[in-house]
Design a protein around this ligand. Sequence first.
Ligand code: ATP
Length: 237
Amino acid sequence: MPFLEIHDVRVNYGEVEALRGATLSVNEGETVAIVGANGAGKTTLINSISGLNRLSSGSIMFEGQPLGDLKPHRLPELGIVQVPEGRRLFARLSVDDNLQLGAYHKRARRDSVKGREEIYRLLPVLQDRKDQLAGTLSGGQQQMLAIGRALMAQPRLLLLDEPSLGLAPIVVTELFSIIARIASEGTAVLLVEQNVSRALALSNRAYALQQGTVIMEGTGQELLNDPGLPAAMLGIA
Ligand code: ATP
C-alpha cells in the first residue's frame, strides 16, 4: 500500500494560489526532499499534510486513509510528526521537559523513558543540558531539541520544515548527519530545505516546486546533476 500520497493538491490563501495541483509521494522509510525558491509553496505543502491548511481540492492519503478527515492532533498517533519552521519550543521549560512533552499520545507515553534515553544517545548535546531551560539554548541546540521532541512521538514519517534555517555552517553539517542517521534507522523523512545541494545529497528522491507545482522529480543525485534545475534553487544565481 502507498505510504504518503499527495494528489493534485490546491491550496489558496484568498487570491493567492500557493499550491496549484501538486502531486508527489513518499514511500515507507524513504527520505524525500522538497526544494524550491522562497514562496514556491513548500511550507504550505508541509502544513497541508499536517492538517494546518485546508485543501481547495485534491487529496492527501496516508496508508490509504485520507488525512483531510482527521483533526491535526490525531496525526502523531498514526505516526506523522512535524518539526515546524521556527521550532516552537517551550522556552521556559527544561530540555528534559520539552522532550517529555513530545511523547503525548498513548503509544509514545508508554515508552517515554526508553525514548528519552535513545534521544540522548542520538543527541548527546541535549543530555549535557537536560536541566537547562530551552530558551537559553543556542539556535542549533534548539533545533536538535525540536527534532528530539518530535522523535519522542515515535514518528514513522517525520516532516522537517527548513531545519537548517539560521544555523552556523558547522551546526548545519551536524544537523544533516543527524537527519541521515534518523533516516537510516527506518523513519521516512520529508525534508523542506533551502539548503538545496545538501538536501538533495541526503535524499533518496526529491521534487522541485515552483509556483505551487512540481517542475522536476527524480533521485536526489539526478536533480543535483540536472542542468535544468534552476540555478536560483542551488543558491548560485
Ligand atoms: P518560504 O521558504 O519563503 O517559506 P515556501 O516555499 O515555503 O516559501 P509558502 O510559505 O508555502 O512558500 O508560500 C507560498 C505562497 O503563498 C507565497 O506566495 C506566499 O506569499 C503565500 N502565502 C503563504 N502563507 C500565506 C498566508 N497566510 N496568507 C497569504 N498568502 C500566503
